[in-house]
Design a protein around this ligand. Structure first.
Ligand SMILES: [Zn+2]
Ligand SMILES: [Zn+2]
Length: 520
């Protein structure tokens, strides 16, 4: 059995991992590469595996960096089974056609230039139609059910607490009489978020593939001061007479912010602001949220029962059409505008930045991860001007950030989650992170949890040895070794380190015995 890291290796985006047994190929996620051009260009390269040869596609969650290449996989011949949770499939129905539309727009722009230059025309990697069509092939699964894909491969999707429908994937593979358990965290949530539950604890794995977006960072703000900070930024901007622009991912982040704004309105802590959601996708995604109250955590469920649904509060205005969006450009102040993309590289947010960034009375508030190379990253790092739609715009607005909205576990959150394993993974693969963060995380896992963690390279293949294989000979020779070392220890004190090595071996064997007896 082997695993190949086809994306999110030494980088955050493009999640895609391929597990191969003697006769089956299982793909976990098939995401779009985002960020700097050298990374984005990977989206246009042929798939490293023939799509026809893939038997199963398992999707952890709907975010484009995990799902954005799925229409292309289908277009190039994938005809295996595709599985995702019910809510993930609902979100894909919104997100994949939107992603296809962006591809078409992008190619149209390139072709205008190409036509003028008499050059060869480009075709989009997939269209809105491709995005729409491929979702129909998905099987909708429920959390916590063990699904036998065939005689030898079973999977279970459990709540990852990251976004609506997000899952950690548990996978059991039987090969040569041994069962090996692989766990893929997908993106791991941070506890205490609105709507979603806290991430499910997993206690056992042979191999763990874990995200490490915040491998070397801690969220500075916690959930208690999150809404106080938000109230402060809203009030300050209101007093200055400007608008508050919040670049927010359409999925989860926008709805999380609405939750807090609603709480603040109910507690009478806000000036009379108007809230605008200016992103057709955020509007559609909010609709999907409304359809899935069964997935909400207890606090949100209570609010809805009390008739105070944060997704339908009266101060909230949705702008769907471009005309409605354009009208917001004329607003002098008193508005909170939530718009996408979250990293300011595409979509309507660029218009709002153009109209507000140069005004000192306005504020731009960042509430999410900004990948290096994006406009959001430049703004957070003190850019004094940025180019929007070919125009230089001065940065005079107040640039702020609140960390606590991140839907990713931070460094401590990741370590806490991994520390809950009772049977430690034999090997941990770090993915979905920047190289620096993964290096830090690997060191901490080794030092604090005694785990061997490794950050694979892009397209690297690693052989996985099958689950516990233990013979009587193994046991006997290990115990004989112990007996001999104990004697050495008794006669020579400096052999302490040698004894420690042997004791470690005993613990390993005990671990394996535990596992074998549980399996039996
Ligand atoms: Zn995600
Ligand atoms: Zn991700």
């Amino acid at each position: 059995m082997q695993i190949t890291f086809l994306g999110a290796a030494q980088t955050v985006t493009g999640s895609c991992h391929l597990v191969e047994t003697a006769d089956k190929k299982i793909m976990v996620d098939c995401g779009m590469f985002q960020g700097p051009r050298v990374i984005r260009e990977r989206n246009y390269e042929p798939f490293a595996v023939t799509p026809q040869s893939v038997d199963y596609l398992l999707l952890t969650h709907a975010h484009i960096d995990h799902s954005g290449q799925i229409p292309r996989l289908f277009k190039h011949g994938f005809e295996g089974r595709a599985l995702a949770t019910d809510a993930s499939v609902d979100l894909l129905e919104v997100m994949l056609p939107d992603s296809g539309h962006i591809q078409e727009m992008e190619v149209e722009r390139l072709n205008r230039k190409a036509r003028r230059a008499g050059k060869k025309l480009f075709t989009p990697i997939y269209t809105a139609e491709d995005g729409y069509e491929c979702v129909k092939n998905f099987e909708r699964v429920r959390y916590n059910q063990i699904i036998a894909l065939d005689e030898d491969i079973s999977v279970r999707f459990v709540d990852a607490g990251h976004i609506l429908g997000s899952s950690i994937l548990e996978m059991w593979i039987r090969e040569g009489g041994n069962t090996t358990k692989l766990v893929f965290t997908g993106d791991l949530g941070s506890p205490g978020k609105p709507y979603v539950h806290d991430p499910t604890i997993i206690e056992e794995a042979d191999y763990l593939v874990i995200e490490s977006t915040y491998g070397n960072r801690l969220h500075k703000d916690n959930d208690q001061n999150r809404s106080d900070k938000l109230a402060e930024v809203i009030k300050e901007t209101y007093q200055k007479g400007g608008n508050l622009i919040i670049p927010a991912f359409a999925v989860e982040r926008t709805q999380d912010l609405l939750y807090d704004i609603n709480q603040l309105v109910l507690a009478d802590k806000l000036p009379p602001v108007k809230v605008y959601i200016d992103s057709p996708m955020a509007v559609a995604v909010t609709e999907v949220f409304r359809r899935h109250p069964e997935l909400f955590d207890i606090e949100t469920s209570k609010l809805i029962m009390a008739g105070e649904n944060p997704l339908t509060m009266p101060e909230l205005h949705f702008s769907r059409t471009t005309d409605e969006s354009r009208m917001l450009n004329a607003l002098p102040g008193g508005a909170i505008i939530l718009s996408a993309s979250g990293m300011c590289d595409a979509g309507r947010i660029k218009h709002h930045l153009k109209h507000n960034l140069w005004r000192p009375e306005c504020t731009v508030l960042f509430v999410g991860y900004q990948a290096p190379g994006t406009k959001g990253h430049h703004l957070l790092n003190g850019a004094t001007s940025i180019r929007i739609h070919g125009e230089e715009v001065a940065v005079k607005a107040d640039i702020r950030r609140i960390d606590a909205y991140s839907s990713h576990a931070d460094q401590q959150g990741l370590l806490d989650w991994v520390s809950k394993f009772k049977n430690k993974p034999r090997r941990v693969f770090l993915v979905h992170g920047e190289p620096e963060g993964m290096k830090t995380m690997a060191g901490l896992m080794q030092e604090k949890l005694g785990l061997e963690a490794y950050a694979p390279q892009w397209q690297e293949t690693v052989n996985l040895t099958p689950g516990a294989v233990l013979t009587t000979e193994d046991l006997l020779s290990a115990y004989q070794e112990i007996a001999v070392k104990m004697e050495i220890f008794a006669s020579s004190a400096p052999a302490r380190s040698e004894l420690e090595r042997v004791m470690k071996r005993i613990r390993e064997i005990n671990g394996i015995l535990d596992k074998t007896s549980q399996a039996g």
